[in-house]
Unconditional design. Structure first.
Length: 586
């Protein structure tokens, strides 16, 4: 079975046809207006579904970005399902051999010609290497790169229509487009996932019960990914199993779930604070669970390496080397979306975690400012005030009561309103934190990731604290202070001399000063325009009145009237336009 012809022959005529199709579907579902103003998410989803693989994948990517679209849109975009026909085996074989430069039968002793999964970007086959290792092979659809490039170019043309809208609404469509473009281009470049998979394997495989598929780079390429085959099913199947009515069995099940929750939290915090490289999409579909059977060589397996540890409610939870492991494992999958943090970013995140513990709005605000980029002038006092009003209701809530996607979307909006742009790494981290928090709360409702992260943040900052350096800094600051103190009488004398000579200048600013000055400037301009109009009308009247026998002077006076009328009309239209925008924002 082959893919549709429309994706195989992207000639100039087909590009024109595709553009007309995109414009028609977008117009029928009012996509531009609905998406910009974050209204009617179902209409946008239906349009994306009709427009095919590129738009479906774009919607799926957006469903993981609560910093870009509203919670209602996220819920709707999660319903997007891939509906693509699979490539035939000849096409798969050709792609593998062209990409890797190796013959299929030279690499594999068995290759299942029928894929067990197919999505917008590619399809996945089971295979066995010559040495007997079971693997899964992901092969990209042959024309998907060209199709995505074409659709992105056409979507950019369609996006130009947004310049005719009077207000960009709840989101920035160009920012969304750039994010989608970057994500899609990364998605079709399998080499990025290869590097991510190798690094994540190095850091996390054999970390307690965590397992990570091995990437076979020698058999992988830009459109081909070969991973070791991993057993297990999505952890959501494990969660769907009911708790037994037998008390003893129920207690055992609950203890097992608590252990899994602690492992997931412990490993995620290790990814963030120790590896500085974390899985940015840890939803249940990307985490598998499986049990080992008696007789399996790994049934009595011990912890292979010293594990990261933390203190939880006063008890230190440690996975030590050579400690026996329980007979079940967790497997991470899909390394296309990963986050990387710099040491300075980790410091900022640790400060935010500790600030949330204090419930001090100013301290929380300062910590947030440290992980944001400024896109314009920032009134920090206004930001602290608005942040306080927003966070106060959450201060007494448990984490299980907080809707993280909605909260993040609101915080991003608050930052934008104050000319702040949260750095992409932070939004990815908070999004990942929210996804994992939802899973952990199902495993162990009593375990709060924040309760675990808080002492870990303290431990991280304590590890970074260098006593010798701090004492040297303190000694230097003390010497500077003593030197400055000895100069205080001289500086005070100079200050009073300047004051007495009348050379002192004081600068006073108050809240809202810039807005008031802009308003005064606007009013002054209006007054000047009114005076000019009055002068034009008066002069035109005098010219018309005294030009009985002078047609040229009469025409000059009439021209003055016309200019005055046009200026008045423009001023009225400008005022109506500003009132309309103000009412729309409200």
């Amino acid at each position: 079975m082959t893919r549709p012809d429309s994706s195989n022959n992207l000639t100039r005529g087909s590009r024109r046809t595709r553009l007309l199709e995109i414009v028609r579907v977008m117009r029928n579902h009012n996509v531009i207006t609905n998406f910009i103003n974050q209204r009617n998410p179902r209409e946008v989803r239906l349009a994306f579904q009709k427009l095919g693989p590129t738009f479906i994948k774009a919607g799926q990517l957006l469903s993981t970005r609560p910093d870009l679209i509203s919670p209602a849109f996220i819920a709707e975009m999660r319903q997007l399902q891939d509906n693509v026909e699979v490539d035939d085996f000849t096409s798969v074989k050709t792609t593998f051999e062209e990409q890797t430069g190796k013959k299929l039968n030279e690499v594999f002793s068995f290759f299942d010609e029928t894929p067990f999964a197919s999505a917008s970007i590619g399809q996945t086959h089971r295979a066995i290497l010559k040495d007997g290792t079971k693997v899964v092979v992901k092969i990209q659809h042959p024309e998907v790169a060209r199709l995505i490039a074409t659709d992105l170019a056409l979507f950019r043309l369609a996006l130009r229509m947004t310049k005719f809208t009077p207000d960009i609404g709840a989101i920035n469509p160009r920012e969304i487009f750039n994010e989608i473009r970057t994500s899609l281009l990364n998605e079709i470049n399998t080499e990025i996932e290869i590097e991510n998979g190798q690094e994540f394997y190095h850091y996390n495989n054999n970390d307690g019960i965590i397992r990570v598929p091995k990437v076979y780079k020698q058999y992988s390429a830009q459109k081909v990914l070969v991973n070791s085959s991993m057993p297990g099913k999505s952890i959501k199947n494990y969660l769907a199993q009911p708790i037994s009515k037998d008390l003893a069995v129920a207690e055992s099940q609950k203890a097992e779930r608590k252990y899994l929750a602690q492992v997931l939290v412990n490993n995620f915090l290790k990814q963030v604070f120790e590896d500085n490289f974390f899985h940015a999409d840890p939803h249940p579909g990307n985490i598998l669970f499986y049990r080992l059977k008696e007789g399996d060589p790994n049934y009595q397996e011990n912890q292979a390496k010293e594990a990261f540890s933390y203190e939880f409610h006063g008890n230190k939870v440690v996975w030590a080397k050579n400690q026996p492991l329980p007979p079940y494992r967790l497997v991470y999958l899909d390394f296309g979306m990963m986050g990387r943090l710099t040491p300075s970013m980790i410091d900022g995140i640790a400060q935010i975690v500790l600030a949330l513990n204090t419930k001090d709005i100013r301290q929380i605000g300062q910590a947030i400012l440290a992980v944001c980029n400024q896109t314009g002038p920032v009134d920090s006092e206004d930001f602290y005030e608005e942040l306080g009003l927003f966070l106060t209701p959450f201060m007494n809530m448990g984490l299980d009561q907080i809707n993280f996607p909605a909260m993040l979307y609101s915080v991003i909006g608050l930052c934008r309103k104050n000319n702040l742009q949260m750095k992409a790494e932070v939004t990815l981290l908070v999004k990942a934190f929210g996804s994992l928090e939802g899973l952990v709360s199902q495993l162990d409702p009593d375990l709060s990731m924040m309760d675990v992260a808080r002492p870990l943040g303290k431990a991280y900052l304590k590890r970074k604290f260098n006593l010798k350096t701090s004492l040297e800094d303190l000694s230097f600051d003390t010497l500077q202070s003593l030197k400055a103190t000895s100069q205080l009488p001289t500086k005070a004398s100079k200050f009073f001399d300047v004051v007495s000579s009348g050379q002192t200048r004081f600068s006073v600013r108050y809240k809202g000063q810039d807005k008031l000055l802009d308003r005064i400037d606007h009013l002054a301009n209006r007054i000047i325009i009114a005076l000019v109009l009055a002068a034009i009308i008066l002069a035109s009247s005098l010219l018309v009145e005294g030009s009985a026998n002078h047609p040229a002077i009469y025409n000059l006076g009439v021209t003055g009237y016309i200019v005055a009328i046009v200026l008045v009309a423009l001023l009225v239209l400008d005022d109506l336009h500003k009132r309309f925008k103000k009412r729309k924002r409200k």
